[in-house]
Design a protein around this ligand. Structure first.
Ligand code: AMP
Ligand code: ZN
Length: 493
């Protein structure tokens, strides 16, 4: 029997603002769409966090036995510099500045995106469609919305008529905004725009002569509006109504709000049952962002080359750090937090590596079945990975007690514990056993022993300057030597 039949999963739905019991449209199948990156620069660690949250969610669905179609797109056209349909296309701008083809920009950063996600041990999505590969589908949607009278054409561009839509439907249901407030709060049009109202958004934009990314359409040579691509690709691969749509919190408005309006205008009903939004990774209390430069790039984590870092960290440590926070909570990045995660991660992996060396007994002094149920309970409560990790550490504590002869485990329970830990740590959290069971402490201890020996030799030669230097320099890096009657030992602080 599939696991999902016994594991009632609750997911926080941004649309209802509460946790709802997840019930897929087709039993046993999950359709999930997640907005992908705009490939005009390297992804930063904040982007990685959002995609990692959905990678963990994808992994858990698969673990539960669902057949998942996970669609994550690549935005390679149409995303303008600001959300009010103004400014240059981000990719075209980069191409202009670098004097290369837009598709070279797209290729370069798509490759970087994939390489980065591979380092963090992401599973590939089922389909990874591109906006430029779906221009025809986008044009078809625009035609339908125009036919329904919910969009208008001006000077070769087509805009969605938010006020008209709002006469019969509700614009703003996801972000909790109402059109009256929007009218009040949106700045007036500056005369440059063709829009009737500032709340309207572009479905199609006529390309200026210098705009290189352009396609023919019934209205002009131009390009689609950014929100439209996600409607076109999600509908094409998941249907007019599908289970889950995700993205970062900052996409709720206007991007996802516009997606809902477009799909409702086109198909007459809401496109998505569960809207999921992952929260932001911050640095020094501010959102990590490409535009402000307040960000850390993944490769800087692996090399330690960033002023915010004192050393390099492995991808799994960074992944563990992210998984220690719930996906809907803001997470602040810091070197100290990463160091703490490294310690925790090493402790977890050490315990897993100890499993094969444990001696079994007739009985167990820990209820593995109950513990396993608690692990599922954590994940079934809106993918609560921090609670899951707390549960994993109960198991770590128990394993260490068994190792020290202070607790017992039966053969069957050891198998169950091993299997369950592997499932949660590697399959679901997506961590890798890449510490090689060694957090560096063994190497450190061997190195200090060499220095202790050199110091003893220096003392025997009455070279006290050298012996004191060895002692003082070790102390300066936090290693204290203690001379006793059995020789010299050391401690770290
Ligand atoms: P973009 O390429 O800018 O469209 O962003 C790709 C994804 O990263 C979107 O889902 C954003 O919501 C998300 N994102 C952007 N900045 C952050 C951040 N600081 N923390 C978490 N997710 C972010
Ligand atoms: Zn999108």
């Amino acid at each position: 029997m599939q696991l999902y039949k016994n594991q009632p999963l609750k997911i926080y739905n941004s649309l209802s603002s509460k946790k709802d019991t997840f019930k897929p449209i087709d039993e046993g199948y999950v359709g999930m769409y997640v907005c992908g990156p705009t490939v005009y620069s390297n992804v930063h660690l904040g982007n990685v966090r959002t995609f990692m949250s959905f990678d963990m969610i994808f992994r858990y669905f698969k673990h539960l036995g669902f057949k998942v179609r996970y669609v994550r797109n690549i935005t390679d056209a149409g995303h303008l510099e600001n959300d009010a349909d103004e400014g240059e296309d981000r990719i075209a701008k980069k191409a202009r500045l670098e004097k290369i083809e837009p598709m070279e920009v797209v290729q370069m950063y798509t490759v970087d995106f994939h390489n980065t996600l591979n380092k963090f041990n992401f599973l590939p999505p089922s389909i990874e469609p591109t906006a430029t590969g779906h221009i025809i589908e986008q044009i078809e949607i625009i035609k339908t919305i125009l036919d329904k009278g919910l969009a208008y054409e001006i000077n070769g561009s087509v805009y969605f008529d938010v006020l008209k839509f709002n006469e019969t439907k509700k614009y703003g249901i996801l972000s909790g905004r109402n059109v009256e407030d929007l009218i009040h709060n949106t700045r007036a049009l500056d005369g440059q725009s063709d829009k009737k109202n500032p709340q309207d958004f572009a479905l199609w934009k006529k390309a200026e002569p210098q705009h290189i990314m352009r396609w023919p359409s019934p209205w002009s040579d131009g390009f689609p509006g950014w929100h439209l691509e996600c409607t076109a690709m999600s509908t094409k691969y998941l249907g007019e109504q599908f289970d889950i749509h995700g993205g970062g919190m900052d996409l709720k408005f206007p991007h996802h709000e516009c997606e809902i309006a477009q799909a409702e205008a086109c198909n007459g009903h809401s496109p998505v049952n569960t809207w999921m939004h992952a929260n932001m990774l911050t640095l020094n209390g501010q959102k990590m962002a490409k535009s402000t430069g307040n960000n850390i790039l993944p490769h800087e984590i692996f090399t330690g080359e960033n002023d915010n870092l004192s050393k390099a960290f492995s991808p799994s440590v960074a992944r563990f750090f992210m998984m220690q926070a719930h996906y809907r909570s803001i997470l602040d990045f810091s070197n100290d937090a990463l160091e703490a995660s490294e310690k925790g991660f090493n402790k977890l992996i050490d315990a897993i590596n100890t499993l094969g060396k444990l001696t079994v007994n007739d009985t167990s002094s820990f209820n593995i079945e109950a513990w396993k149920a608690d692990c599922y309970k954590a994940m079934n409560d809106d993918f609560n990975t921090p609670i899951l990790i707390a549960e994993l550490f109960s198991a770590v504590k128990f394993i260490n007690q068994v190792k020290d002869g202070k607790a017992t485990i039966s053969k069957e329970d050891l198998e169950l514990l091993t299997q369950t830990l592997h499932a949660f740590v590697f399959d679901i959290l997506g961590l890798l056993n890449d510490t090689n069971g060694d957090d560096g402490s063994e190497k450190l201890s061997d190195t200090v022993e060499v220095l202790i020996k050199m110091r003893a030799e220096a003392r025997a030669n009455k070279d006290f300057a050298l012996s004191d230097k060895i002692r003082d320099e070790l102390l300066a890096v936090g290693i204290q030597l203690k001379d006793g009657k059995d020789g010299t030992s050391f401690s770290t602080n």
